[in-house]
Design a protein around this ligand. Structure first.
Ligand code: GCO
Ligand code: MG
Length: 402
């Protein structure tokens, strides 16, 4: 089999997506997600100018060699743009390989280790009452695990807590939205949120919380301790994780489980965290960690150290990325949980998917390949729109982590 063409499809059915579609001389095609929220066009250029031309004429079954060729061959390794571009190609190639084998992708990894994939979804409110009500709705919908976020008194808006968070990259103007942050206001308020949620719904429902990299290690240690009563499933992205050693301090002080890694793009970003068991869940996902080939390696490495998997699955990971993740989730022995924030209906129309959700669990389905496609005609109706994630500033104007 030979690769005959590579298309890079950009569409915006409510938010921007970059999709790689690979064509072969035997008529089989495969698709992969290459979306990098807020920097989409950089990945498009990387793919179009540098990678796609080098694929023509290659044997699509040589996935490992193609991955190494683009990773090692470039000399310039790692980085979100490079790794999202490689991921788009790698995912499309695995799709082709599984279609050629006439099997759902998880069979190629070694088959299913479980019947279904536990997921967590999001509930948020501008205040505690609203957030508690939102959790109740998610429980009614059958979810077993829920990430809860809330607005903070004294801060006008906080990412992931209001209506904006449904399509959180849809900027109304040409500039990113600017939010205001105060760690002390936040730290005082969050324990009250989880007191209220536990009081309303009891101990059984799994609860998660995302701090979005905004704390220092000692602040994270304090928050972890303050939340121990709530027995969270995890506390996510407490600190900016470039300084991996910072987690040693957090770990010394709290038994609240820790999750990190949605912005990591290689195994190297998580090596120390995993080796020293400074985290409980690794959040790397197919599209941002270099595709299935690379994510599988991270998952296996994590299994040696009792770290469980928890692929990032917000709405800016296209349904193709979710589909690919779900095949890994169904197989991976050290599976933890899969994030699922749901999709706008128009996104699901553009990406017909074999995966399904039932009673708080996902399943990748039994279609051959990874089971997700793109309707190119429909995608054309939703042209790219420049959009940014917000930025975050302290009350005095200092630009802050988020
Ligand atoms: C999550 C994330 C998202 C990200 C978004 C960035 O845990 O789901 O933190 O909300 O911010 O995916 O593009
Ligand atoms: Mg997160």
């Amino acid at each position: 089999m030979k690769i005959t063409d590579v298309k890079i499809i950009v569409c915006s059915p409510g938010r921007n997506f970059v999709t790689v579609k690979i064509f072969t001389d035997e008529g089989l095609t495969g698709v992969g997600d290459a979306t990098l929220n807020g920097r989409e066009k950089a990945v498009v250029a990387y793919l179009q100018e540098h990678l796609a031309p080098l694929l023509i004429g290659r044997d699509p079954s040589r996935i490992e060699d193609i991955w190494q060729y683009f990773y090692k061959g470039a000399y310039w390794r790692r980085g979100p743009v490079t790794m999202a571009a490689i991921a788009g190609i790698d995912t499309a190639l695995w799709d082709i390989k599984a279609k050629a084998a006439n099997m759902p992708l998880y069979q190629l990894f070694g088959g299913a280790s479980r019947e279904k994939v536990l997921c967590y979804t999001h509930a948020q409110g501008t205040d505690i009452a609203e957030a508690v009500e939102a959790v109740g709705k998610r429980i009614e919908q059958g979810y077993k695990a829920i990430r809860v976020q809330v607005g903070i008194p004294g801060l006008p808006d906080v990412y992931g807590t209001g209506k904006k968070s449904v399509t959180n990259n849809a900027a109304d103007d040409a500039f990113p939205h600017e939010e205001v942050w105060s760690t002390s206001k936040y730290m005082r308020h969050i324990p009250k949120l989880f007191e209220a949620v536990r009081e309303a719904y009891g101990p059984d429902i799994e609860l998660l919380h995302d701090t979005h990299h905004r704390l220092t290690p000692i602040e994270a240690a304090r928050l972890g301790k303050d939340l121990e009563f709530a027995r969270l499933f995890w506390l996510e992205d407490t600190v900016a994780a470039e300084h991996q050693e910072g987690f040693r301090l957090i770990r010394k002080h709290t038994t609240t489980p820790l999750a990190v890694g949605e912005v990591f793009n290689t195994i190297w970003d998580a090596r120390l965290l995993i080796e020293e068991q400074l985290i409980d869940y690794i959040r790397t996902t197919t599209v941002h960690a270099g595709g299935i080939t690379a994510l599988r390696r991270i998952m296996d490495f994590a299994s040696v150290y009792n770290v469980r998997t928890a692929c990032h699955g917000a709405m800016d990971m296209s349904p193709i990325c979710l589909g690919a993740n779900l095949h890994l989730d169904l197989w991976v022995p050290n599976f933890g949980i899969q994030e699922y924030s749901g999709y706008l209906p128009e996104i699901l129309d553009v990406f017909p998917s074999a995966w399904s959700l039932s009673d708080g669990y996902l399943h990748p389905g039994e279609a051959t390949g990874h089971g997700v496609d793109i309707d190119e005609k429909l995608a054309e109706k939703y042209p790219y729109q420049r959009a940014y994630l917000p930025v975050n500033r302290l009350e005095d104007g200092t630009l802050w982590h988020w």
